[in-house]
Design a protein. Structure first.
Length: 171
């Protein structure tokens, strides 16, 4: 059995998904497909090829305009907003937590960020961890604070060069 990650369709059973966070469950169940139809965001779901309707986890990507460039040597003093990709949501169903599926979904999001950057440019992948407890998950993949020393603001980012390096190691 292999795991497939693809754009959500009406065939996927959104109602059965439960990651333990109501906000993430409700987004998948009530908004994910509408956002795709309106070209606002894309949601990708992970499932086993043997159970194509059962969602194991998902991530949502959207375009992002960085009005305050991250503190980084390449982006000093930019007078205009910069394009990036935003990882708006990432969630794994209770029954699949602890099996590194979140990692697979994150790597898929990084890979898709590289594809976007190849077509229209993007300085990296941004994420707003929901709680401080989630920050170490992103740090292990070299995400940096978007605004260093601002502990009230959890936004993090992965520079595009790091995204390219990660994507380049994929089989």
């Amino acid at each position: 059995m292999s795991i497939i990650i693809e754009e959500i369709t009406s065939q996927h059973n959104r109602k059965a998904f439960d990651c333990g966070v109501d906000e993430l469950n409700q987004f998948l169940q009530q908004q994910a497909r509408q956002k795709i139809v309106k070209h606002i965001a894309k949601t990708y779901v992970a499932y086993r090829d043997s159970e194509p309707t059962a969602i194991m986890g998902y991530h949502t990507l959207t375009g992002y305009s960085v009005t305050t460039p991250p503190v980084h040597k390449e982006f000093k003093k930019y007078p205009h907003p910069l394009s990036a990709v935003k990882l708006a949501r990432l969630a794994v169903d209770h029954s699949h937590q602890g099996q590194r599926l979140g990692e697979r979904l994150l790597i898929d999001a990084i890979y898709r960020t590289v594809l976007v950057a190849q077509q229209i440019s993007a300085i990296g992948l941004f994420v707003d961890p929901m709680t401080p407890e989630v920050v170490p998950f992103y740090q292990q993949y070299d995400f940096l604070p978007a605004i260093p020393d601002d502990h009230a603001h959890l936004e993090m980012w992965l520079p595009i060069q790091t995204c390219i390096e990660i994507a380049g190691t994929l089989p």
